[in-house]
Design a protein around this ligand. Structure first.
Ligand code: SIN
Ligand code: NI
Length: 283
């Protein structure tokens, strides 16, 4: 197991992450000068800590366009999950022409692939809404234990804010370095201490909370532990998650909503038009 305590993050006397370190998790989609160096530093940051915030992957107008499509989609489509934690729709790209353009956005996919450092394909997407007043947090968890994957070493999620997501509306927090914790059994999103019962030292790891403006995005590794607070505001928190996995991923045989209607056998590759390669997406 990775020694979480070895992380050298500095906090000020109020417990906030020192400005220089916090800034290191937060980069612009189009760095002004020295773009190559900035991209390398961001990639290093992602690989070291397991997450990164990238500002402005969508313009304000694009975010509003996709937000309106998400609102309309929710009005006409039943949720896969709806409770006080999340209102969740899975694989919206397969049934909505506008949201499909977001999920298959080649620029976001190219950033994910660069951070991951391996060829990727789409695994699935999720429209993730915490409706106004949703009272419960999405508790700390890793995503990878949920997935029926074999041979996936660098799965990565882009979580794109389609509205402003300050802390009070349920932005995400991450445990730096927790992507090094392998083989953690599946634990539930609604169990406050589920992950910490399995990996006790993570309870004492620093937590990095990243509020996002509409159009900003976080990327996190499939094993990076993350959390989102309750939505205490009067406005819905609307985000779209786009989840990529290694191009070479095979089906493990586990149960999952995305694969349940496919006739896959353990060991079959995830491939074809349902799981497009990032290299095939429009730039
Ligand atoms: C959330 O949007 O509240 C959680 C997202 C995630 O677990 O990836
Ligand atoms: Ni998650």
């Amino acid at each position: 197991m990775y020694p979480v305590s070895a992380l050298a993050l500095n906090f000020d006397s109020a417990g906030r992450l020192a400005e220089a370190e916090a800034a290191a998790f937060d980069v612009a989609a189009e760095p002004a000068g020295g773009a190559r160096d900035a991209a390398c530093a961001a990639t290093e940051q992602y690989r070291r800590y397991g997450f990164l915030k990238v500002r402005g992957v969508l313009s304000e107008q694009q975010a509003a366009y996709f937000r309106d499509a998400a609102v309309a989609f929710r009005e006409r489509t039943p949720s896969y999950r709806k409770d006080a934690i999340l209102d969740q729709h899975v694989n919206v790209w397969r049934s909505d022409d506008v949201l499909r353009r977001l999920t298959l956005n080649g620029r976001i996919a190219a950033i994910a692939q660069r951070l991951a450092g391996v060829a990727l394909r789409l695994w699935h997407d999720q429209l993730l809404v915490k409706t106004a007043g949703d009272s419960r947090a999405t508790e700390f968890h890793q995503d990878q234990p949920y997935w029926p994957h074999a041979g996936a070493s660098q799965p990565i999620t882009a979580w794109i804010a389609l509205v402003d997501v300050p802390v009070e509306r349920g932005c995400m927090s991450f445990l730096p370095g927790s992507h090094r914790q392998r083989d953690v059994p599946r634990h539930e999103l609604d169990q406050q201490c589920g992950l910490f019962e399995l990996v006790p030292e993570l309870e004492w790891a620093p937590r990095v909370t990243l509020p996002l403006r509409a159009g900003d995005c976080t990327f996190h590794h499939g094993r990076t532990a993350h959390f989102a607070g309750p939505n205490l505001t009067g406005e819905d928190r609307i985000a779209q998650g786009i989840i990529y996995t290694d191009a070479a991923t095979r089906f493990s045989g586990g149960r999952h909503v995305v694969t349940k209607s496919l006739e896959l056998q353990p060991g079959d590759p995830l491939e074809g038009e349902l799981f497009p390669l990032v290299s095939s997406l429009p730039g």
